[in-house]
Design a protein around this ligand. Structure first.
Ligand SMILES: Cc1ncc(COP(=O)(O)O)c(C=O)c1O
Length: 408
């Protein structure tokens, strides 16, 4: 692999250093339009909210703002960042969990739509403001995800109002004076089967349909969250978003009619689908060890890309200018943890110190999960389009690292 858009990877590494996150603007734009087109043909009222947790670089958020995309935020800082990026309050949804009173005090100052994770969350928010608009995240009792860590529905998931309590939740909001409503569900991430999204939507309607009907609620929106997957390996196929949108719409219209729910807006909150394949992590080989196994050490690790250590996630790793994958290696970072292994027993070319590795599909949950563990600096980020390769986050230096500790 030699280029990202029309930029030579070696030149990017020489100019900006490694480890380096690089994002292709073209891929982000293509992903957005593909997804938007698939849904807009079925839904007259439809909004995409980019999930800020997947990539919270303000320059990336501005690309989405310019595309007409909204934001899905999950913490006060994410909300402030989305606003700072110029995304309007009315295009922001907030879906968090276990917020403190301080969090809610800040949120209450903004006119964003909150999908409350629990009745107790809603009550905590009410200390500051009685919202006229109320939406709850439903836990339907089932879930599915690429890994247990990204399964966000079901009995073991910490998210959402158990579906048995949904009537209680909305009737409480209504008796407190709320007169506009939404509903949210998200049960898993990185799903590649279209039918799954239709099943979740159906499950949601079966839970809230009768409740809304009895409480005479016509929701402003139905938000089915994110979870739209991407292939991380050569064996997986792209999610068929056309079919996904079609299957969701069939359920949607059937149940809106059945329960007389009107024509609520459909919202989705994708992160991974919009940005994962647009991100590359360029890293340099810093050491090669013929130990009990062959270890290729690189200057990126669990500090810069946590997913492999956190969930056992798989990312393809290429070498600049080499592709004769004849050796089985372990690719590891520089962190003092044995879980700091980015790939195990993978076929790899014959490499030497100084060679460049390119880790694919890291645009989502890559930099946003990076840390300073072991005192390693956060990487730099670069955004490329055909005309420019622009630094959008400078590499952290020692002064940046100690700044928030030097206040005494
Ligand atoms: C509430 C909510 N919305 C959206 C997302 C984005 O998910 P994905 O990146 O799988 O689309 C998440 C991810 O955890 C989430 O928790």
């Amino acid at each position: 692999m030699e280029k990202i858009q029309n930029w030579d990877i070696k030149e990017l590494a020489e100019k900006f250093g490694t480890p380096l996150y690089v994002y292709s603007k073209q891929k982000i734009v293509d992903n957005y339009y593909r997804l938007h087109k698939a849904f807009e043909q079925h839904f007259s009222k439809f909004q995409i909210h980019f999930s800020v947790k997947s990539n919270s670089n303000i320059h990336i958020l501005r690309i989405f703002r310019d595309l007409g995309c909204g934001a899905d935020c999950s913490s006060p800082f994410e909300l402030l960042l989305a606003l700072e990026a110029g995304i309007k309050e009315e295009k922001i949804v907030y879906t968090g969990n276990y917020e403190s009173s301080e969090d809610f005090e800040l949120l209450s100052k903004y006119n964003v739509k909150i999908n409350f994770d629990d009745i107790t969350s809603y009550s905590r928010f009410c200390q500051f403001k009685q919202p006229k608009f109320v939406s709850f995240r439903v836990n339907p009792g089932i879930g599915k995800g690429g890994f247990e860590g990204i399964t966000t529905g079901g009995a073991d998931a910490k998210f959402g109002v158990p579906y048995e309590l949904i009537y209680q939740a909305y009737s409480k909001a209504k008796s407190n004076g709320a007169n506009e409503f939404g509903v949210h569900i998200m049960t898993g991430s990185n799903i590649l089967e279209p039918i799954y999204f239709a099943e979740v939507t159906e499950k949601l309607f079966r839970i809230v349909g009768r409740v809304f009907n009895e409480l005479e609620i016509k929701p402003n929106y139905v938000d089915i969250g994110g979870g739209f997957g991407i292939p991380y390996t050569d064996d997986e196929r792209d999610l068929d978003v056309e079919n996904t949108a079609k299957l969701i719409s069939e359920i949607y219209y059937e149940f809106c009619q059945k329960y007389d729910l009107g024509n609520p807006e459909l919202k989705i909150e994708p992160g991974r689908y919009l940005i994962a394949n647009a991100g590359y992590l360029i890293s340099k080989i810093t050491g090669i060890k013929n130990g009990y196994k062959k270890f290729v050490g690189i200057d990126a690790g669990m500090n810069s890309l946590l997913r492999p250590s956190l969930y056992g996630a798989v990312h393809r790793i290429k070498v600049y200018g080499k592709n004769d994958n004849t050796h089985l290696v372990q690719i590891c970072g520089q962190i003092c943890e044995n879980s700091d292994i980015l790939a195990k027993n993978v076929p790899f070319p014959k490499v030497q110190e100084g060679d460049l590795c390119i880790i694919l599909d890291v645009g989502a949950y890559g930099f946003s999960m990076a840390s300073n563990y072991n005192g390693r600096p956060l990487p730099a980020e670069v955004l490329v389009d055909d005309a420019s390769a622009r630094l959008i986050r400078k590499r952290q230096n020692f002064e940046d690292f100690v700044r928030s500790m030097k206040f005494l």
